[in-house]
Design a protein around this ligand. Structure first.
Ligand SMILES: [Zn+2]
Length: 375
């Protein structure tokens, strides 16, 4: 089955409702993808994901290539089998790792990255990123792009845009040669351009000419501040075709999700819910709480009253989870991660319902009040 996005409601930079059709099932948008960098999540167990409402997952092709290795994943029957997940999967290309790993070096040909396990140098070119993702077999492959480290440095952003476009052409040609989206794998372009509107415009228009199956807004949430990030999101969604899915990479706080949906974004991913949970933070309708806070020491309530997640359903009191997390008990860390993921997945469902029944602005106001912008 081929890949298709159906937009049911909404316009360029307003809240949208849609369905993403993939070979491994439909995804209702707006949607949040949990991150299993190396194919396995840190906290929640695979069989708990569908019951909580997860519809699509993300894994990272560069990390999978490094360990456990593309060959092993292939031997195990491909990424879906290896991850024990039969729903849609999107793989990131490793472009962001080039940005976040200080040891990487970018040239016109691609990225040279240090192998995170054996320390050797890996030439991660557009061709390699493409081939590895073809071998892994996700439903959606992201292009290798260059995410400039400083979104305000015009020279380096302009160079990154040039490389992103050139690499996009190489990867698009390879993809079409393999049969395009009807081969079972869709391909998304990534709009770069930092804080410069003309560069974002140039990048978007060149990518749109190549007619990708979806488009990601890249190079945001790299320390530019909430308002600048949201201005960049609104500007970018305004450049993208309405009938293609829009993906904001690496964004996942309740505030950023609701504000980005308000600006026309359809899908998201982030390690935020699981990572923050493992460190003791848990989401509630009253905002983020921190289990290490002394006021929770003898608190007999579950993480969130009324929450139906597997962690809260045990009725384990906050005081016990706090004590257990102090002792680095892995089940306690896993329970907080699970609760947070459940909270975000349910928040996305509430957002979809609210867009549908016209109450999105009320929900948005509640989320903004509970999760205010940190100054
Ligand atoms: Zn819960």
């Amino acid at each position: 089955m081929s890949f298709k996005f159906s937009l049911h409601q909404g316009e360029a930079s307003s809240p949208r409702l849609g369905t993403l059709h993939t070979p491994h099932g439909d995804v209702s948008t707006p949607q949040f993808m949990p991150v299993a960098t190396r194919g396995i999540m840190r906290g929640p167990w695979p069989q708990t994901l569908k019951p909580m409402g997860v519809e699509m997952m993300l894994a990272n092709s560069f990390h999978l290539f490094a360990r456990p290795g593309t060959e092993l994943i292939t031997k195990l029957g491909g990424l879906h089998k290896a991850m024990a997940w039969d729903g849609p999967i999107l793989t990131d290309s490793g472009g962001f790792q080039a940005f976040s790993l200080a040891t990487s070096k970018v040239t016109d040909k691609g990225v040279t990255m240090r192998h995170p396990v054996d320390g050797s140098y890996v030439d991660w070119t557009p061709k390699v990123a493409f081939e590895v993702q073809q071998a892994l077999g996700p439903d959606i492959a992201m292009l290798l792009d260059e995410c400039p480290s400083d979104p305000r440095d015009r020279d380096s952003v302009a160079l990154a845009v040039k490389r992103t476009i050139n690499w996009a052409r190489i990867q698009r040609e390879m993809h079409q040669h393999r049969g395009g989206a009807s081969s079972g794998q869709a391909q998304f372009g990534i709009v770069q351009g930092g804080v410069f509107q003309d560069l974002r415009q140039e990048c978007a228009s060149k990518l749109i000419e190549l007619d990708f199956d979806g488009y990601a807004v890249g190079g945001v949430s790299v320390g530019e501040g909430h308002q600048a990030m949201m201005d960049g999101v609104r500007f970018s969604t305004g450049l993208l075709p309405q009938d293609k899915v829009r993906y904001l990479m690496g964004v996942g706080t309740p505030l950023d999700l609701v504000e980005s949906v308000a600006r026309g974004v359809d899908i998201f991913d982030c390690v935020y819910p699981t990572r923050s949970g493992r460190y003791g933070s848990f989401m509630t309708d009253e905002g983020m709480q921190h289990i290490h806070n002394a006021r929770f020491a003898d608190d007999t309530r579950p993480l969130m009253e009324g929450c139906e997640c597997d962690a809260c359903s045990t009725k384990m009191p906050r005081g016990m989870l706090r004590a257990a997390l102090k002792e680095r008990e892995i089940v306690a860390a896993s329970m907080l991660a699970h609760h947070n993921l459940h909270y975000l997945i349910k928040l996305m469902a509430r957002i979809r319902t609210a867009i549908g029944d016209g109450s999105f602005e009320q929900l948005r106001a509640k989320v903004v009040a509970a999760y205010p912008v940190k100054s």
